[in-house]
Ligand binder design. Structure first.
Ligand code: PBG
Length: 313
């Protein structure tokens, strides 16, 4: 039996999704550390309170939008482990904090939920109104189907589902992993092919963040680490970092692993859908960080910076 002498406080945002994924993490940690006591502490972030439009948020380019207050709680030892959606986490951690564990990712793709007769992207009629919360989805959807009316839709998963029930949208797109964690996988009408809509870097994966010098919390968290997910998401996030971009940029990345070979695909799109730069790189999984950085360089040479900058204004 493994146990640690002190209780561990796990902190997260208070949204239904954040709580569902934190309860999942704590249940997994409990399996590994049956004699340890875990507590869950919720913390409100700027992202939970700000009701600005997507464009305004992208303009602010605010990196720690969903995480600043949680990282402050870690640094002041009010919590010991923070649970984040990896895609919301800036690509660099503040001094004194580190990502000490990345559990296995089950689903990176985006999901479509539509009204009757609108249950697949290819079946949507001309001009169908699609609600989404990210500039990445907007850019890639408009590139795939310029005829669609892609509209802003912010809020938590419940808010977005309620909006679909109203008259303003014919379909909505959101991360499949979030719906799965909320036990709403049965609501998904289509898992969108990554060839149409490349997921956000790190989408669907979780990250456990700790103080770097808290050996106990680091060890506890690491018990549910998944090496393959780490390699894949490291490549994806290094790509994002190499572009100098964050989670509010029109950037997609998805890495796959086969027999130690990592293949990373990256896209950068114009918000109006008129252009998508796509590139792929392949190499040894041990070089995952370098592969991401190299792909970013390749894309910058192809003019990616202008698309990223344009999406901010
Ligand atoms: N920015 C919000 C956010 N952060 C993580 C998820 C979903 C779960 C995940 O990607 O791990 C979502 C909602 C969404 O994109 O639909």
């Amino acid at each position: 039996m493994r146990g640690v002498s002190r209780s561990i406080t796990v902190g997260t945002r208070g949204s239904a999704l954040a709580l569902a994924q934190t309860r999942w993490v704590v249940a997994r940690l409990k399996e590994e550390w049956p004699d340890t006591e875990f507590r869950i502490q919720t913390i409100s972030t700027k992202g939970d309170r700000d009701r600005s439009s997507l464009e305004t948020l992208a303009q602010k380019g605010d990196k720690g939008f969903w995480v600043k207050e949680i990282e402050d709680a870690l640094l002041s030892s009010r919590i010991d482990i923070a649970v984040h959606s990896l895609k919301d986490l800036p690509t660099a951690q503040p001094e004194g904090l580190e990502i000490s564990s990345i559990p296995k990712r089950v689903e990176a793709r985006d999901a479509l939920i539509g009204k009757e007769g609108m249950k697949r992207l290819v079946d949507l009629p001309q001009g169908a109104r699609i609600g989404t919360s990210s500039v990445r989805r907007k850019a890639f959807l408009r590139a795939f189907r310029p005829d669609l009316d892609v509209k802003d839709l912010r809020g938590n998963v419940d808010t977005r589902l309620a909006a679909l029930a109203g008259n303003e949208y014919d379909a909505i797109i959101l991360a499949a992993a979030g719906l799965t964690r909320l036990e709403m996988r049965n609501r998904i009408d289509e898992l969108v092919d990554p060839d149409i809509l490349l997921p956000a870097p790190g989408q669907g994966a979780l990250a456990l963040e700790t103080r770097s010098d808290d050996d106990l919390a680091v060890e506890v968290a690491y018990a549910i680490h998944d090496r393959a997910t780490d390699d894949r998401t490291t490549a994806e996030r290094e790509f994002l970092a190499g572009l100098g971009a964050g989670c509010m940029a029109p950037v997609g990345a998805l890495a796959t692993l086969k027999g130690g070979v990592l293949t990373l695909e990256g896209w950068v799109g114009a918000l109006d859908g008129t252009q998508v730069i796509r590139a792929t790189i392949e190499g040894d999984a041990d070089e995952c960080a370098d592969l991401g950085a190299q792909l970013a360089e390749d894309m910058l040479a192809q003019g990616a910076q202008a698309l990223i900058d344009a999406a901010k204004v």
